[in-house]
Write a protein that binds this ligand. Structure first.
Ligand code: NAP
Length: 347
């Protein structure tokens, strides 16, 4: 996910946030790219909130595939953004929920003690994190801090894919692959809330879960290939891209929209080849093939807050890990079979 604003956690090369102040905190730090074993639980300096920033005492931080890609530095393409030889920001973690501990100059919307959730470009796997105030909103009363931490990147991705990219309308047929995953579990519920008829694709053990999230039809990918289906869909949100584009297009209506959304792919360029192919092909067909990159937007988080408050969307939590179990959490998420979201509890 791209950030609209750069937080102090997203700023300059060098030791990075949380590695310099006088007071200290516990954080999950990495000095090199590599497998989960590169993560260390260390005492580091507390970050200081700059102008427009908020210091959040982190209660919980969720983990998603993007954290895994940045940790490993693969696809290598991510190093162009996160640091060529080693990660510029040493503390991983983007999505968090917690309590405002202090506010920087110019912040009037939040006060110490407020319970908030939101996103940053780095630094969430720590006891404290500095986040731009504009990236944070209040935790709805019916959600725990652990539940709130699951929302930002995954739910905003699902919302933007369905509302802005595919422009889902009531009555449309929407198919979601990876329906049991972090993005998929939110996408099924959001598409349902938009009045669509939802089909979810998942494995046998997740069929009941995906149905409970609001899918009218569920396809078990271990038994049935959805691209061999007779049915045609107005919108396909493909979070897995296990089938070739040509096969997926077969089950899209003649003017339907396909959103290829998997970040996984080759070691160098990740999904880039598939993205280029989809864009090129899109000019030769009436079908819309629209890969996209989600963007952190406060207004979208507020929209999601409404859906959460009314119970139309509920986070699904797979597992929680303690901060000192970060390597296990990243290993699990990296394997690509999470059921909802994985969360690190910080206190
Ligand atoms: N466009 C963007 O800006 C953006 C933003 C965020 C994420 N993403 C991408 O979105 C993708 C999904 O993210 P996520 O957080 O949902 O991942 P995730 O939590 O790892 O979920 C993956 C899910 O896919 C399921 N799955 C695996 N193989 C499948 C198959 N052949 N058919 C159907 N389901 C299958 C898994 O269930 P089983 O255990 O049952 O296999 C699991 O529940 C990632 O590749 C991520 O990089 C893109």
């Amino acid at each position: 996910m791209e950030n609209q604003q750069r937080s102090s956690a997203g700023a300059p090369p060098g030791p990075g946030p949380g590695l310099g102040g006088a007071a200290t905190m516990r954080a999950v730090v990495q000095h090199h790219y590599g497998p989960p074993s590169v993560l260390e639980s260390s005492e580091v300096g507390m970050p200081l909130p700059g102008r427009g920033d908020v210091l959040v005492q982190v209660g919980a931080a969720s983990v998603h595939p993007g954290d895994y890609f940045v940790m490993t530095g693969e696809p290598f393409m991510v190093r162009l953004v996160y640091g060529l030889r080693r990660p510029r920001h040493r503390i991983r973690g983007m999505d968090l929920a917690g309590v405002v501990a202090a506010v920087g100059k110019g912040v009037t919307s939040l006060r110490p003690g407020d319970e908030v959730f939101g996103w940053s470009s780095a630094g969430a796997f720590a006891e404290y994190a500095c986040v731009p105030a504009d990236n944070l909103v209040s935790v709805p009363g019916n959600l725990s801090v652990v539940e709130a931490a699951t929302v930002p990147t995954s739910a905003m991705t699902a919302l933007q894919a369905l509302r802005e990219v595919a422009k889902v309308r009531p009555g449309q047929t929407v198919l979601v692959t990876g329906a049991s995953g972090g993005v998929g579990s939110f996408a099924v519920q959001i598409a349902k809330a938009f009045g669509a008829e939802v089909t979810g694709v998942c494995s046998t053990s997740n069929v009941d879960l995906v149905r409970s999230l609001g899918a009218t039809h569920v396809i078990d990918y271990t038994r049935t290939d959805f691209t061999h289906n007779e049915k045609r869909y107005d919108v396909i949100l493909d979070n897995v891209e296990a089938q070739p584009l040509a096969a997926v297009r077969q089950v899209l209506t003649p003017t339907g929209t396909l959103v290829p959304n998997s970040g996984r792919g080759g070691r160098w360029f990740g999904p880039l080849g598939r993205i280029v192919k989809a864009r090129v092909l899109s000019s030769f067909t009436r079908q819309q093939l629209k890969p996209f990159t989600s963007i952190g937007k406060r207004q979208d988080l507020l929209t999601l807050t409404d859906l959460l408050r009314t119970g139309q969307v509920k986070p699904v939590i797979d597992r929680t890990y303690r901060l000192d179990e970060a390597a296990d959490a990243l290993r699990y998420v990296g394997a690509g079979h999470t059921r909802g979201k994985v969360v690190m509890t910080v206190r």
